[in-house]
Write a protein that binds this ligand. Structure first.
Ligand code: HEM
Length: 181
């Protein structure tokens, strides 16, 4: 059993965007040249707004399209670990996307992409809320990074060592015609 094309496309598009967001976030919060910092902030906030929508859509998709079961060759404890990691990834993605949005809008800062298409901020200015969201955003990144590392290591182990078909449930990004699910 394998994932369909919508789940695969969402997975790989979000994988690229989230890795770019983490890299941009980590670089732009250092003391770097101002023009580069400004560009990274604009990228991070605008891409973050897109991710907010994608995360919501992906959760809705996952709830209405359950994941195909892992093969019987995967031991029960590993199945549980995979389930917990995937659940954790969803939770941390929501926390990161929402805390980023709350931090920026409560701080009274612009989100260029949303401003350009005329979407007003949903929250009014509130410095205390902005600081709390900033703390959550900066702290939750560690959880997200650890879970991504575990997820990539497990995927690489299945794809390169076990070669048990688990990796090809999600790769390539478009489901090959001969696979089911
Ligand atoms: C899955 C989505 C997101 C990921 C993975 C992510 C990741 C990160 C990371 C790793 C940092 C560096 C934090 C640090 O080291 O202190 C950061 C900072 C930041 N992010 Fe995000 N982010 C996401 C969504 C957003 C969104 C939606 C916004 C706003 C629209 C946003 C706005 C910011 C801002 C303004 C900072 C600078 C720190 C601050 O002043 O709060 N992020 N992000």
């Amino acid at each position: 059993m394998t994932f369909g094309t919508t789940a695969r496309l969402l997975h790989w598009i979000m994988a690229v965007l989230v890795l770019a967001m983490i890299a941009a976030g980590l670089i732009m919060t250092q003391e770097i040249e101002r023009p580069l910092q400004d560009r990274l902030f604009i990228f991070h906030k605008s891409c973050g707004a897109i991710l907010l929508v994608l995360v919501a859509f992906r959760i809705a998709w996952r709830l209405t399209h359950p994941a195909p079961p892992l093969p019987d060759s995967v031991p029960p404890l590993q199945k549980l670990a995979a389930y917990a990691t995937h659940l954790g990834l969803y939770v941390f993605l929501v926390v990161m996307a929402v805390s980023g949005y709350v931090r920026v809008t409560s701080g009274g800062f612009p989100i260029d992409l949303l401003d350009a298409i005329g979407i007003e901020p949903l929250l009014s200015r509130d410095e205390a809320r902005a600081e709390q969201a900033k703390f959550i955003h900066a702290t939750a990144k560690y959880g997200l990074i650890v879970l991504i590392a575990l997820h990539v290591a497990a995927a690489a182990f299945h794809g390169l060592v076990l070669k048990d078909g688990v990796f090809s449930r999600m790769w390539p990004p478009v489901r090959p015609a001969k696979q089911d699910g």
